[in-house]
Design a protein around this ligand. Sequence first.
Ligand code: FE2
Length: 337
Amino acid sequence: MVFDDLVKVTSGFQEGGLPVLIEPIKSFNKLTETNQLPWQEYVPTIKKVVDEFLLNTGGILFRGFTGGKGDSKFCNAFAQMFGEQLLTYDFGSTPRTDLGEGVYTATEYPAHQIIPLHNEQAYTLNWPMRIWFHCVTAPQSGGETPIANSREVYKHIPLAIRERFESKKLLYVRNYGNGLDLPWETVFNTDSKDQVERYCQQNDIGFMWKDDDELRTWQKCQATAQHPITKDWVWFNQAHLFHVSNIEPAAREALLDVVELEDLPRNVYYGDGIEIEESILQEIRGVLDQQTVSFPWQEGDFMMLDNMLSAHGRSSFSGDRKVVVAMARPHTESGSF
Ligand SMILES: [Fe+2]
């Protein structure tokens, strides 16, 4: 399909079109003596395509648009073409570097680690509706950002599990600092305990300061959620990431040698505080695996996801990899369960 004689739209990498692929149609540009227009020339068409496809498919990959520098400024400019105010990464769960102007590095976990599929900030009650990834440096191998259709994940989770999760909800417990996880000062972006307490109170997060001056928080959250525009139900939680079974057995054992279960950097229970069965989490991981769509990054790529309709993760990689991220459109779920 061609839009405005400027871009070509193809149905991506999977039946059902996640992600839809958009590429500029090459034509010789006398001004720059290249066969491509500056990306700004495509903005009206790109917006049209996003209106047409984002909510249907959940994700769009823009390939072949050059921004000159291919850096975080380009990411900011690209994301801002939609008139969005970019969000800060408050109450985050993973290490990132703030590159300024609402652009962050993608989670800085070591290259050998895999980040399972997840919807951004689904472990809390406030999340961005839109998320952009921009590949500045493509890794030598691996390092994909796999994605999945969260509506399909919802449909494929066995009904008994879904109903159990939906009725009980989830309780996420986090312990900060102690050299085991991000310090609370980083997560809450402040050195002030008062400010942390205010944030927690305003966001339905329980908290306690421990004897060593470290912090524990807990929050009851949704397991599934309804998209505010499409009204689709989506699987929307990070139980499989927060649960202790997400840590490899040897590392888990070593960790539990030094801390009590309740002091683990992160863990999750059913909303009533009962432990979640590992076998159930394995079934959930199996569904996520089945729904995964993966493709190699090319330098300059942009991927735009509706954060409720599509989950994302990260494959292990070798070589340098730089993918930057921007988020927008905050959504708040009611915490009154
Ligand atoms: Fe993420």
